[in-house]
Design a protein around this ligand. Structure first.
Ligand SMILES: Nc1nc2c(ncn2[C@@H]2O[C@H](COP(=O)(O)OP(=O)(O)OP(=O)(O)O)[C@@H](O)[C@H]2O)c(=O)[nH]1
Ligand SMILES: [Mg+2]
Length: 341
């Protein structure tokens, strides 16, 4: 039997959830400069390593030749863009170099930037928000990637006041990780930090029962966003994948069309291994977008490009630390400018 804790009720939101383009409070409307600076900080090491390689190309040769592109290939691989995506980028760069001519490192950088932006934009489809609340967002992924932390950060992000929602959007958290010891308590801490209610069940209970109660509560309280933290699992564990399916069916039954978003949380530091796991996970779990965590301090920011190219999915948010505010909405232009400024 599931039950609710934390008595503090959210202010009631009466506005229906609207398409992102019409919602001036959508996360992407954070001050562009603030976003840019934080993204730039997060990809510092990746940028420095790419820049080093690009400037050595410019210093060594006046004409960009095949050897220079080989150097660039190594730099792209080192940033974790991955061999498939790197090959694709280099093929297009070689074609453009042949057709248009590239005479210095600055031009090469501009072309590289436009190639990366092209890949990221090709998967950057707008989020399909429901016409009526609650908007149900599930966080899924393998163990330890940052699902619970991201659930807490997202709760705070959606609660943040905006000009159109001076009280923020109303948020409810659902502790659907009933598997790992202390998982519920961990989410309770995040619920307190972001001042939102939490629906939970006992450890070892049925996560779908907790979700059922959370959906019922979200509807009864006109909650705008329901965030569902799930247990870490491998796509190869069929019983655990079936459990995810059951949760999806529960959501659909109570709130038709939900879950509206299924975010796969990937740890940036696991690089190409993480990408392979993600590829298989994505097929099994109806994933709609990616949250890339632990980008802070990583020199492997190129994984963002590999995700778009290889998984065909947009990165929606990027985790840049362990604190409540260390989550930023992803935007292709901001990312590309931060990486190759
Ligand atoms: N540096 C950094 N650490 C992060 C980030 N996101 C999460 N972490 C850390 O990663 C560790 C695992 O985070 P959790 O949120 O517990 O991961 P999880 O996916 O819920 O783990 P399971 O439920 O066990 O599968 C914690 O120590 C977090 O503080 C991030 O963006 N940057
Ligand atoms: Mg967790």
């Amino acid at each position: 039997m599931a039950f609710s804790i934390f008595g503090k009720r959210e202010p009631k939101t009466t506005d229906p959830v609207q398409p992102e383009a019409q919602r001036p409070d959508a996360p992407k409307t954070e001050q562009p400069r603030g976003l840019f600076d934080r993204m730039k900080q997060a990809v510092t090491r990746t940028r420095e390593s790419l820049n080093q390689s690009l400037s050595s190309i410019a210093a060594l040769t006046r004409e960009i030749d095949v050897a220079s592109l080989d150097d660039l290939e190594l730099a792209l691989l080192a940033s974790d863009i991955g061999s498939n995506t790197t090959n694709d980028i280099l093929t297009r760069l070689r074609d453009r170099a042949l057709n248009q001519g590239i005479s210095d490192g600055a031009q090469l950088k501009t072309l590289l930037k436009s190639e990366i932006l092209r890949i990221l934009n090709s998967v950057d489809k707008p989020v399909a928000h429901p016409a009526a609340p609650p908007e149900v967002i599930m966080l899924v992924g393998v163990n330890g990637t940052g699902k619970t932390t991201t659930s807490g950060k997202l709760a705070a992000l959606y609660r943040r006041p905006t000009p159109t929602h001076p009280d923020g959007r109303s948020v409810l958290l659902c502790a659907a990780d009933t598997f790992r010891a202390a998982a519920i308590e961990q989410l309770e801490v995040w619920a307190q930090r972001s001042s939102v209610d939490l629906i939970k069940t006992r450890q070892g209970g049925d996560p779908s029962a907790a979700l059922f109660d959370a959906l019922t509560a979200a509807k009864a309280r006109s909650i705008s966003v329901l965030l569902v933290d799930t247990a870490g699992r491998l796509h190869t564990k069929s019983d655990l994948m079936k459990e995810l399916d059951k949760m999806r069916r529960t959501a659909e039954r109570l709130v038709p069309g939900s879950p509206h978003q299924t975010l796969l949380v990937i740890d940036a530091t696991t690089g190409q291994n993480g990408l392979q796991q993600a590829r298989l996970f994505t097929e099994a779990a109806h994933v709609t977008g990616i949250v890339l965590t632990k980008l802070d301090g990583s020199a492997k920011g190129g994984i963002v490009v590999a995700i778009a190219h290889e998984l065909g999915l947009p990165v929606r948010f990027v985790g840049i630390g362990e604190k409540l505010e260390d989550l930023i909405p992803f935007d292709p232009t901001t990312f590309t400018d931060s990486l190759l400024d």
